[in-house]
Ligand binder design. Structure first.
Ligand SMILES: Nc1nc2c(ncn2[C@@H]2O[C@H](COP(=O)(O)OP(=O)(O)OP(=O)(O)O)[C@@H](O)[C@H]2O)c(=O)[nH]1
Ligand SMILES: [Mg+2]
Length: 302
């Protein structure tokens, strides 16, 4: 099954609710009467786009329709696709891995798919000829390093780990030393899942971040927030908290093959200006793809 087929299939699971409503709201959208305006805005909110962003999207849509003279379902839908895709065109979506080594720090709440994403990324980058080292910064459970170890083996890359319960910043320190010694191109750091409102855990990310800055000054660095696409508006709050604690250069949106409504991504890109860099549509190594706004929006509205 093709990549976008998987997304469409996933999004179709919630279609009966959101997609169908959205499409009927688009079909009856005239941009002239309040009612059609409200219907469309409400459908966007139900798709998790968020109140503010939904409002902005409809305002922008009216503008675009007026300018283009768009009339009727098909033309309005095309205009809405363009407006929504425009919201996702923020920043640079490519990974900046311009120094040797460069660092990818992967963060997010529990169970969103951090370790799996790292495994997929390791396979991908290795396939591009890069020498990758994985760093098991999730020292919370021994099983976490084991899970990462399985991916390391699959990708044929080294992994640096410490004993359960040890300081994650110390593992990162060693990981960087190993990356330098072995001439690695990229070091990818796994971290334990943490709730964005637990300040001690969030401070730990700051500490990891400072170790990277100190040990690799000037190195190219990505801090990727992994976000489960089935998360609703809370995703925006998560993203804000993680940005505050560690800075963010990009989002990886996972589980788009599930029951995701997908709308949260518009709120995040629009409000925080952080680009989505990759999307995940399954548990297999090749279920990670660079993000493209247009096809994503089309899959969402199909
Ligand atoms: N369907 C689907 N499942 C996924 C995807 N990404 C990850 N998973 C699954 O989600 C579950 C959690 O993934 P992990 O990679 O362990 O998540 P994590 O963020 O590292 O979890 P913690 O380390 O416990 O915080 C696993 O069963 C993964 O196989 C995806 O894109 N689609
Ligand atoms: Mg994990």
């Amino acid at each position: 099954m093709g990549f976008f087929e998987k997304i469409k299939q996933g999004l179709a699971k919630t279609k009966n609710g959101v997609g169908a409503m959205l499409n009927s709201a688009i079909a009856s959208f005239t941009g002239e009467n309040e009612e059609s305006y409200d219907d469309l805005e409400e459908s966007l909110i139900l798709a998790d786009v968020g109140v503010e962003t939904a409002h902005e999207a409809v305002e922008k849509l009216v503008e675009v329709c007026e300018k283009r003279g768009s009339r009727g379902g098909t033309q309005v839908k095309k205009a809405l696709c363009d407006v929504l895709a425009g919201f996702l065109e923020v920043g640079d979506r490519t990974l900046n891995l311009s120094t040797k080594p460069s660092v990818i720090l992967v963060i997010g709440v529990n169970g969103v798919g951090k370790t799996t994403t790292i495994g997929k990324l390791a396979m991908r980058l290795t396939g591009e000829g890069k020498k990758v080292i994985l760093c098991a910064g999730d020292t919370f459970r021994a099983a976490a390093a084991e899970q990462l170890g399985i991916w390391a083996q699959r990708a044929g890359v080294d992994m640096v780990r410490h004993a359960e319960g040890s300081d994650p910043a110390a593992v990162v320190f060693d990981g960087i030393a190993a990356a330098k010694a072995r001439g690695a191109d990229v070091i990818i750091v796994d971290t334990a899942g943490r709730l964005h409102n637990k300040s001690n855990l969030m401070n730990e990310l700051g500490k990891i971040s400072r170790v990277i800055d100190r040990e690799l000054p000037g190195a190219a660095r990505e801090t990727l927030l992994v976000l489960d696409a089935t998360t609703g508006q809370n995703g925006l709050i998560q993203a804000e908290a993680f940005r505050e604690a560690a800075g963010l250069s990009g989002i990886v949106l996972t589980k788009l093959d599930g029951t995701a409504k997908g709308g949260i991504v518009f709120a995040i890109c629009r409000r925080l200006g952080v680009p989505v860099k990759y999307i995940g549509v399954g548990e297999q190594a090749d279920d990670l793809m660079p993000f493209e706004p247009k096809p994503f929006v089309e899959a969402l509205l199909e």
